[in-house]
Design a protein around this ligand. Structure first.
Ligand SMILES: Nc1nc2c(c(=O)[nH]1)N[C@H]1C(S)=C(S)[C@@H](COP(=O)(O)O)O[C@H]1N2
Ligand SMILES: [Mo]
Length: 364
C-alpha cells in the first residue's frame, strides 16, 4: 500500500444527519462563491468571482518578486516582474471552477469547503505564454511533470506544505497555458494570486496556482500532496483514485424574480418570462443546454448564445410561461462527450460533482 492511500484515509465524511460544522462554516466564510445573479455578466467583476484559498493569502511585494524555472532543465531562468511583463502578452477569457463545487450536495457529505453550486467565475486574464519560457530553459530529455509552487504555506491533514500542483509536461507545454499578471484589465488582486498566477484553461481551479514563485521540471511523477492525495476521485480510503483534471460540463441559472431572505426560494409573477444563465465545460465544447420546470422529469432545449472563447462560459436563454404554483427548476448542459448527471456521482473527497442545479420557485 502506498502513502497516497494511507494519507487519504484521513478524509472525513459527515454522518448522514450531521450538520455543517463551525470548521466548515469558517472555511465557507473565507472562501466565497459567486452570487448567482452575477451570471448576468460575461466577465465576473473580481470581487464577485469565487475565491478559494487553502491557507492564508500571502502578501507578495511585486518589487522583490522573482520567478525561478529550474529542475530538469539545461539553463535555469530567474525573472522579475518587469522581465515577465516585457514578454509577449496574450489575453484569454477563462471560466474557473473549483473541483469541490457541488460537494455540499453529496450525501453523505465529505467534510471540506462546503460549496453548493456557486464556486465559479469568468475573467479576462492577461499574461505571457508558459511554453516558450519552458523551452528557453532547455528542457532535458525525460521531463515528466512540471511543479508550480506558490508563496502560501500550511498544513493539510497533518502534512505541512507549500501549495504545489504539478501538470504533466505535455499539458504544461499547451499553447494556451499562461503566467497571468492581469485580471479583467487590472493587476491581479491579492486574493487571486498577485502578482502572478498560473492559468490552465479548461482545468479545475486547483491547477491555477496563485502567488507563483517557482516552476520545477521533474524527470519523474510528482508525488506531492495536492496531486497524490487531494484532488483524486476515490471510492474509499483504499482507492488511490483517478486524478481530477478538466472541468466537467455544468449549466447554472440566474435566479429569476426575487428571493426569500432565509431560504433563497424565488418568487416570480405569473406570465411569460425569459430564464437565463451560463454553461461551460473544460472537457469538450458545450453543444446543448436544457431546462426542466418539473424537477428533472421532462426537458426542453434552451437557446445558446455566442461563444466568448473555447474555455469561457456560454450564455443560454429559455422562455417559460409560468403558471401559478410551486416549481423546481433544473438546468443541464451537454458537451460533446455527454450530459450532466441528474444524480450526483459520489466520491470520498467530494470532487467534480456536476449534478444538475435545482432551484425552488413560487409563481404567484
Ligand atoms: N497558491 C495557491 N494557488 C491556488 C490555491 C491555493 O490555495 N494556493 N487554491 C486553488 C484552488 S483549489 C482554486 S479552486 C483556485 C481558486 O482561484 P480563485 O480564488 O482565483 O477563484 O485557485 C487555486 N490556486
Ligand atoms: Mo478548488
Amino acid at each position: 500500500m502506498t502513502s497516497t492511500v494511507r494519507l487519504g484515509e484521513q478524509a472525513r465524511v459527515a454522518a448522514l444527519d450531521e450538520a455543517v460544522s463551525l470548521d466548515e462554516l469558517r472555511l465557507a466564510a473565507r472562501n466565497h462563491g459567486m452570487p448567482l445573479e452575477a451570471l448576468r455578466d460575461d466577465l465576473t467583476p473580481p470581487g464577485l468571482h469565487y475565491l478559494l484559498v487553502h491557507y492564508d493569502i500571502p502578501f507578495v511585494d511585486p518589487a522583490s518578486w522573482r520567478l525561478t524555472i529550474g529542475g530538469h532543465v539545461y539553463s535555469p531562468i530567474e525573472l522579475d516582474l518587469a522581465a515577465l511583463t516585457a514578454r509577449p502578452r496574450v489575453e484569454t477569457v477563462v471560466t474557473l471552477e473549483c473541483a469541490g463545487n457541488g460537494r455540499a450536495r453529496l450525501l453523505p457529505r465529505p467534510v471540506s469547503q462546503p460549496w453548493l453550486d456557486e464556486a465559479v467565475g469568468t475573467a479576462r486574464w492577461a499574461g505571457t505564454p508558459l511554453a516558450p519560457l519552458l523551452r528557453e530553459s532547455g528542457l532535458l530529455d525525460g521531463a515528466v511533470d512540471v511543479v508550480f509552487t506558490g508563496h502560501d504555506h500550511g498544513t493539510e491533514r497533518g502534512v505541512e506544505q507549500d501549495y504545489q500542483r504539478a501538470l504533466p509536461i505535455e499539458e504544461a507545454l499547451g499553447s494556451d497555458v499562461l503566467l497571468a499578471y492581469e485580471m479583467n484589465g487590472a493587476p491581479l488582486p491579492p486574493q487571486h494570486g498577485a502578482p502572478v498566477r498560473l492559468v490552465v484553461p479548461g482545468w479545475y481551479g486547483m491547477t491555477h496556482v496563485k502567488w507563483l514563485r517557482d516552476i520545477t521540471v521533474l524527470a519523474s511523477r510528482f508525488t506531492g500532496y495536492q496531486n497524490a492525495v487531494a484532488y483524486r476521485l476515490r471510492a474509499d480510503a483504499d482507492d488511490p483514485g483517478e486524478p481530477v483534471t478538466r472541468i466537467l460540463p455544468r449549466a447554472l441559472m440566474m435566479p429569476p424574480g426575487f428571493p426569500d431572505f432565509m431560504t433563497r426560494r424565488r418568487i416570480v409573477d405569473a406570465g411569460s418570462l425569459v430564464l437565463r444563465g451560463r454553461a461551460w465545460s473544460g472537457r469538450a465544447p458545450v453543444v446543448r443546454v436544457e431546462l426542466s420546470t418539473d424537477g428533472g422529469q421532462s426537458w426542453t432545449d434552451a437557446a445558446l448564445g455566442e461563444s466568448l472563447g473555447r474555455h469561457a462560459w456560454r450564455s443560454w436563454s429559455a422562455r417559460w410561461d409560468a403558471i401559478r404554483g410551486e416549481y423546481e427548476l433544473c438546468v443541464r448542459a451537454t458537451d460533446e462527450v455527454g450530459a450532466q448527471p441528474v444524480d450526483p456521482l459520489w466520491n470520498l473527497q467530494g470532487m467534480a460533482n456536476n449534478m444538475v442545479q435545482r432551484m425552488a420557485v413560487t409563481v404567484r
